[in-house]
Write a protein that binds this ligand. Structure first.
Ligand SMILES: *Cc1c(COP(=O)(O)O)cnc(C)c1O
Length: 338
């Protein structure tokens, strides 16, 4: 079975398993786990921030950030299809008591400075005020679109002019950096906090990081504790995550495979592949997405439905060149005859 439902399905390598076994550990709630501390400093260095904080999931990273940046009852500006708004169980409301105000970022999920300006609400006797702008890169639901540093910077600059802090959901920020042949730090420079998943394209079994200034991370640490995310001998998790950072250079290979997959699927009658920019391939289907996916599964290929006539396939660490050929053949068998 070729599993392209998500880039989260990768299994830890032998190196990661050994790293977990041998990791020096301590109690991270006392800040005494040397492996967690090493991971956090390494990520902060890579992202160009003062500090970073290990969190169990990307969702917790985003939610901790939203709660830390804001006050109860404020508004948060976010893209209509953003993960933090659509796929986190309404956490902005539940954890931080924020009122989301969504903006339409179009087919790339990019927010323009004038949209940020228009969406901004000034606090007064009737209105709660905007407390946060949340951006996403790469943009998952829009098909892994890799927004440029300039796009992120322009939206963030407008928010800052309005005294609104900016959080970047960079679950796949290293994919965005790879797509632009640049560094992740170039994006992070323009925002006040960023969350990166280590458990997606990089292949760690568990873990995401939240990064920002010393003052922000100190407060975020308290919020993480509040949400139950204070972990003890978490070096067991941090050690394979450190090893996963070494996989940054191979993300470009995932992107090339996604391109080849899209080209192959697009040639199949009844499927239209969107041009991928990173490791996510969205495919519009003539027949209902659920039916297409059921037939693909029969033929040995897994994806996920994204809409009634839209499916998503992700390339990742455990998908080889041969798997791409096999996936295209499977899709042909599943859909082509119809
Ligand atoms: C996966 C994802 C998250 C959440 O990460 P989890 O580790 O699954 O909680 C957040 N934002 C985006 C854009 C994602 O793709």
């Amino acid at each position: 079975m070729i599993d392209m439902r998500s880039d989260t399905v990768t299994r830890p390598s032998q190196e990661m398993r050994e790293a977990a076994r041998d990791a020096p550990v301590g109690d991270d709630v006392y800040n005494e786990d040397p492996t967690v501390n090493k991971l956090e400093s390494r990520v902060a260095e890579l992202l160009g921030t003062d500090a970073a904080l290990l969190v169990p999931s990307g969702t917790m990273g985003n939610q901790v950030a939203a709660r830390t940046h804001t006050e109860r009852g404020q508004e948060v500006l976010c893209e209509r299809e953003s993960h933090v708004y659509r796929w986190e169980l309404g956490g902005l409301v539940q954890h931080a008591q924020l009122q989301p105000r969504t903006l339409d970022g179009g087919e790339r999920g990019a927010l323009a400075p004038e949209q940020v300006r228009q969406g901004y609400v000034e606090e007064d006797g009737h209105r709660p005020g905007t407390g946060l702008l949340a951006l996403e890169n790469t943009h998952n639901a829009r098909g892994g679109r890799a927004l440029s540093v300039e796009t992120i910077a322009a939206a963030a600059e407008t928010a800052h002019e309005l005294d609104v802090p900016v959080h970047l959901d960079g679950a796949r920020l290293f994919n965005a950096a790879a797509a632009h042949d640049g560094s992740a730090a170039a994006f992070v420079e323009h925002v006040d906090s960023v969350m990166c998943c280590l458990s997606k394209g990089l292949g760690a079994p568990v873990g995401s990081v939240l990064a920002g200034s010393d003052a922000f991370i100190e407060r975020a640490n308290r919020t993480r504790k509040l949400m139950g995310g204070g972990m003890r001998q978490a070096g067991i998790v941090a050690a394979p995550a450190l090893a996963a950072l070494g996989n940054r250079d191979r993300l470009a290979a995932d992107h090339r495979r996604a391109e080849r997959l899209a080209a192959g699927l697009d040639r199949i009658e009844g499927l239209t592949a969107h041009d991928p920019e990173t490791n996510i391939v969205l495919v519009s289907t003539e027949r209902p997405a659920e039916t297409v996916l059921a037939d693909c599964e029969q033929a040995g290929l897994l994806g996920v439905p994204f809409d009634d006539h839209l499916v998503r396939f992700c390339t990742h660490l455990d998908v080889t060149d041969d798997d791409i050929d096999a996936a295209i053949t499977a899709a042909e068998r599943a859909v082509g005859g119809a």
